[in-house]
Design a protein around this ligand. Structure first.
Ligand SMILES: [Zn+2]
Length: 376
């Protein structure tokens, strides 16, 4: 067990933030895998911060029992820069104040740089190729610019995570059922994770285009493999974003449940020795990210919902109402489902503005270009 404090170089003066890092299990032993877990990269999403504390307690015990077969790195608050954005009583935390950038976007390693610097290294030994890829990616992260504070933050987080075999990024939605994002190329492992967590909704992405923290870890492996006719790697990185329901779902029972779900998956992957919690398989609802239909408000006003999360909506059916507060007479308009779909996310706002996302439906048809993110 080790505990580290890592300082984040500040772009300003007298204002230095830091992250904490807990390291469990064997470190740097040949053949030992690495697991990286972080919470709160979007600093306004707090269920993950609580889950991280539950993990901390369990991992300490498991380490003392010598039950950890992998190195496990836990960053319990990944974004102290966002956490200090308390503004007139409200924590903002999603985008960087200095650059305006979303904390969970645009940190990907340039595919051309990966190709140019690493492609010639690989031979016929898949395990050696894995080692060279991890070493190469770590080197590319170390060479990054860290001018703005957000870039320093990304560089520090990636320097700890980019060589991991498993990456878990803990987030939440606004008001939502729990769901998990992972790469379409790792469907089987992603669905196993969803089963361990008991999360029905599996959002599978092709990791092209703009990626978030999870895709930043899988995209280079997919791109590199796509350049070769034969399988190049033995154990590429598996990465997932866990959306731990909605912003208000900060609850010790749920946090323990999610923590045990993550530990069950690690046990399934033989990374820890632990008897999984008994559970029945659930019927998953896998859907490609480009098959998610976001519904946007066409006017501004107060929203109320007729349908609850988990209901299957029919195309043309009214699932919510928008009360137009600026109409000369009292008036509300129904919000219609644009297609058939399973309602898994709503807004937590009451007053909404034209263009705001008011619902997300998982469907079986493509609605957006592959490689497009669902939220800004
Ligand atoms: Zn988030």
């Amino acid at each position: 067990m080790a505990f580290e404090t890592i300082k984040i170089p500040s772009a300003s003066v007298g204002n230095q933030a830091h992250i904490h890092l807990h390291r469990f299990g064997p470190k740097g032993v040949k053949g030992v895998k690495k697991v990286y877990i972080q919470a709160g990269l979007h600093a306004d999403e707090h269920p993950g911060l609580l889950v991280a504390q539950h993990l901390l307690r369990h991992l300490e015990q498991l380490d003392q029992q010598n039950a950890l077969k992998a190195e496990i790195v836990l960053v319990p608050f990944a974004n102290p820069v966002g956490l200090r954005q308390k503004t007139f009583g409200h924590l903002v935390g999603r985008c960087d104040w200095h650059t305006g950038r979303n904390f969970n976007r645009h940190m990907a390693i340039d595919p051309q740089q990966v190709e140019a610097s690493l492609a010639p290294s690989f031979g016929s030994d898949a395990i050696e190729n894995d080692r060279l890829m991890r070493l190469g990616l770590k080197h590319l992260v170390a060479q990054r610019h860290d001018d703005f504070e957000i870039n320093s933050l990304h560089k520090i987080l990636l320097s700890q995570s980019i060589d991991a075999h498993y990456v878990f990024d803990l987030h939440c939605d606004d008001v939502a059922l729990p769901h998990v994002f992972y790469g379409l190329h790792q469907q089987e492992m992603g669905q196993t994770l969803a089963q361990c967590l008991g999360f029905t909704i599996c959002l599978e992405e092709d990791v092209t285009g703009t990626v978030a923290f999870d895709g930043t870890h899988t995209q280079p492996w997919v791109n590199m493999q796509n350049h070769h006719a034969q399988p190049v790697f033995s154990t590429p990185c598996f990465a997932a974003t866990l959306e731990l329901r909605g912003r208000s779902d900060v609850d010790p029972k749920l946090a323990e449940q999610d923590c045990l779900g993550i530990l069950d998956f690690l046990a399934h992957e033989h990374l820890i020795e632990r008897i999984p919690s008994p559970k029945k398989p659930i019927a998953l609802k896998p859907c490609r990210v480009d098959q998610v239909r976001t519904v946007k408000a066409t006017a501004s006003g107060i929203i109320t919902y007729r349908s609850k999360l988990g209901e299957t909506l029919k195309a043309g059916g009214a699932f919510a109402d928008l009360v137009l507060v600026d109409h000369p007479k009292a008036k509300s308009i129904p919000i219609l489902a644009p297609c058939n779909g399973y309602l898994f996310s709503q807004t937590g706002q009451f007053f909404i503005t034209k263009g705001d996302t008011v619902a997300m439906l998982s469907t079986q048809e493509q609605h957006i270009q592959a490689g497009t993110q669902l939220a800004f």
